[in-house]
Write a protein that binds this ligand. Structure first.
Ligand code: UD1
Ligand code: CA
Length: 517
């Protein structure tokens, strides 16, 4: 394939969205519309993309067009900073993005014209691909077909069309009785007969570059002051230049102009993503109630039950059982995991770990293999060790819990003293009795036990049993397997309770002398 220059139009306000946010910054399946549009273009023209540009066999001299990186000219104007920000960190794998300002939004013809200076620099490619930022569903494969058709036919201008019988505001494709293209008429200027034409313009064009730049100046403004890029079709026809079209299902080239179309585009893209997942071996019990962002990866033989939202950069392994009703965002889930009716955000579940029902993994939560959390467990910025059992109403924040530890019902790490967060370190094989409160910073040694209702304000040695408030050592393991009984210490001054993360401020505690023995 010949090298291609790329121009993406994204300067319009998108009045019909009725939004503070510029139209192309609105998200579909977790990505800005502009990003979707640009990913398709980048895939289509990337030298490395499968099937793209691979037939250029002169690519090894290092000086030909195909080895030069593509420049993606994005025309911005209305709320330009917000449009730039909408692209986030994403950039094409090869080539670079160049932002071009359109000072006044004088129409799609004017938008391409402002890109001329950048597009004709150096040894500019002979073909220019123009796409619109509000056309997020077009696939790279379709763009490649359009470019191939453009090259094959030798047309001056090749554009993508779709078919629809529903009322719509697309430009209608006018053809003569022999089926040759005559022009494009915008819906708002069309006669009733023209409005009845089912073939519509998708807003994606391949132009012979020299012709494009020499003819743009011939465009004249319409009554609304706008220069229409679409008028170039008529210019080419008048000059008897070859004009070609390539047709695809309208669902793929739909332009998003309002929130109704935004929801429709979301639905179409979601169906596409779910279909790909299912074909790759994932069971989706109910596609109608499963919500996935583009880029989410799921391994084969995983079952996604109804009501799940798989969002952001989430990766789920093989053989997992997810849902019903789980929300998983930007998280890594290993193989053979379960997540029932839980929220999992920026968290990691290693293989064979389980969460739910009704639990919350917050950013930085990491469950090691076989860890098992459920029934209103909350974990934030904590490592939960292998085979840890934490089943009822517990919170671990800024903590690490060693392997095989049992976290009794209602156990809470009090990680926040009203000003700072502190860490809780719990060893292996620890048994935390019901309603243990752990006032951070605090360390519990391996094999230690806490009695029910203990308020642990001091480090607990390995193998010790602590009880009470504040918790004191009741028994200590002298050597392996041997225990000594201590007489319980007298009650200390009231220890006020620090609050768990997010609660009210802690009162300064009366420090007790700690345990005897
Ligand atoms: C346009 C086409 C129409 C086609 C439809 C397909 C024209 C005149 N009409 O109509 O034939 O059926 O797309 O979706 O091209 N933009 C700028 N600068 C401007 C104006 C627009 O960059 O001055 C950008 C917008 O941000 C948008 C794109 O160009 O991404 C299309 O503009 P829009 O106003 O949405 O055109 P439509 O009315 O949808
Ligand atoms: Ca549009």
């Amino acid at each position: 394939m010949r090298p291609v220059g790329v121009i993406i139009l994204a300067a319009g306000k998108g009045t019909r969205m009725r939004s503070r946010l510029p139209k192309v910054a609105h998200q579909i399946a977790g990505r800005a519309m502009l990003e979707h549009a640009m990913r398709a273009v980048a895939d289509a023209v990337a030298p490395s993309a499968t099937g793209a540009a691979t037939d250029d066999d002169s690519a090894d001299d290092g000086s030909d067009h195909s080895s030069r990186s593509t420049r993606f000219l994005v025309v911005v104007g209305h709320e330009a900073p917000a449009v730039r920000a909408a692209l986030g960190d994403w950039r094409p794998a090869t080539g670079n993005v160049i932002w071009v300002e359109q000072p006044q939004q004088l129409g799609t013809g004017d938008a391409v014209r402002v890109a001329e200076h950048e597009a004709t620099r150096d040894d500019a490619p002979p073909t220019i691909l123009v796409t619109y930022g509000d056309t997020p569903l077009v696939r790279a494969e379709t763009l490649r077909q359009l470019l191939a058709e453009h090259e094959r036919s030798g047309a001056t201008l090749t554009f993508l069309t779709g078919q629809t019988s529903k009322p719509n505001d697309y430009g209608r494709v006018l053809r003569d009785s022999a089926g040759r293209v005559r022009g494009i008429v915008e819906a708002k200027h069309a006669t009733p007969d023209e409005l009845a034409i089912p073939e519509v313009n998708s807003g994606i064009y391949a132009f012979a570059a020299d012709w494009l730049w020499s003819r743009l100046g011939q465009l004249r403004p319409h009554s609304n002051g706008e220069y229409y890029l679409t008028d170039l079709v008529e210019v080419a026809v008048r000059e008897r230049r070859p004009v070609a079209t390539h047709s695809v299902a309208l669902a793929e080239t739909m332009g998003v102009n309002d929130r109704v179309a935004l929801a429709e585009a979301e639905r179409i893209l979601r169906e596409r993503i779910l279909r790909e997942l299912m074909l790759s071996g994932v069971t989706i019990e109910d596609p109608a109630t499963t919500y996935t962002h583009a880029g989410v990866r799921v391994g084969p033989d995983t079952i996604i039950r109804p009501g799940c939202h798989l969002l952001g950069a989430t990766v789920i392994g093989e053989g997992c059982d997810i849902g019903p009703n789980s929300v998983i965002r930007d998280s890594q889930i290993g193989d053979g995991c379960q997540a029932q009716a839980s929220w999992i955000e920026e968290a990691t579940m290693e293989s064979g770990s389980r969460v739910g029902p009704m639990s919350h993994l917050r950013p930085g939560a990491r469950l090691l293999p076989g860890a098992n959390l459920g029934n209103f467990a909350e974990v934030k910025n904590s490592v939960i060790g292998e085979r840890v059992q934490m089943h009822h109403f517990s919170y671990m924040g800024d903590a690490s819990v060693g392997a095989d530890t049992n976290v009794g019902a209602g156990t809470i790490s009090m990680n926040y003293d009203g000003k700072n967060k502190h860490r809780t370190t719990i060893g292996e094989r620890v048994f935390l009795g019901c309603d243990t409160l752990l006032r951070a910073p605090v360390t519990i040694g391996d094999d230690a036990n806490t009695g029910a209702g203990s308020v642990v304000t001091r480090d607990v040695p390995a193998g010790a049993l602590v009880v009470g408030m504040p918790a004191r050592v009741a028994r200590r393991v002298l050597s392996h397997g041997q225990a000594s009984e201590d007489s319980p210490a007298p009650p200390e001054a009231q220890e006020s309770q620090a609050q768990a993360d997010g609660g009210a401020h802690e009162q300064p505690p009366n420090q007790s002398e700690g345990a005897k023995g």
